[in-house]
Design a protein around this ligand. Sequence first.
Ligand code: PHE
Length: 336
Amino acid sequence: MVNEAKIEIDASSSLNELQEVKVKYLGKKGLLTAELKTLGSLEPEARKAKGAAVNMVKNELEMMFEARETALKDAELARKLSSEALDVSLPGIPFQAGGFHLITRIIDDLSDIYRGMGYAVVQGQEVEDELHNFDALNIPGYHPARDQWDTFWLKDNRVLRTHTSPMQIRFMEAHEAPFKIVVPGKVFRFEQTDATHEAMFHQLEGLVVGEGITLADQKGTLAEMAKGLFGSRAKVRFQPSYYPFTEPSADFAVYWENPRTGAAKWLELGGCGMVHPRVFEAVCKLRNDDKYAHARGFAFGLGIERLAMIKYGIPDIRYFFQNDLRVLRQFRGNLD
Ligand code: PHE
């Protein structure tokens, strides 16, 4: 019986099959059990002898089953391990990593520069009313400055903001001086689109109000920003200009050396000036108090796309907003 059992045990290729063989020999109705049952009918001498022999067979069978069971389990584990093995030498599956849009990155960089100078970064609303976009900024209905900005008017007389300056008014309505804020965001102008004009673009507005604020603070702040953007050798230049909501007003440019070509030039970045007293007057009216009646401060606004185009050599403003991955991918890695 041992030999037959051995053949069957060796032939069983799974734990299930092995279990069937085990039942056949060692189960309640198994062959060996049947042998044991015959013992009772034997003479004492013969029973003893056969009993010992059957027990030996039983032990032997049990050992064989155990050995086979271990072997099958090991084989099963080995098979599983090899089928689930990870070959670390294979090339990985490329991961499609996204990235921030260049405009977002420049806004983040600028925000960091200003946070470093203690500014809060706040957001305004893109749909404005005439009061905040124009009137409170000393641009009344008859003012020629309104013509410079071809405005998108909504049916209810609201406008898509033509600049981020309305946030000057909104912030002062809701907050007390002194404060320093920058306001990055989208602005809209009803423009004929070409390589340097888009109907939507981005600005960063700055407003500082506090006691003793002067034009020197304005200049120092913009020089600091220029260094943050273009390195420690950057310089700023101011040229007299006109904005209804600042007096005096200036346009500022940054002197900048292109690290790739070595060429240096003045880059016109935006407008600035000391906040016009009429702006503070309008704020007092809106707040219905005189907290800003004698306030002083400076404001500035710069165009983000312009900055990006010149710094990174992008020839057409429309490239920013066409979602062409060939353009966007170039600015996924480190800038500069
Ligand atoms: N709002 C002005 C513009 O869009 C820029 C500006 C902001 C000028 C703040 C002076 C002060 O052109």
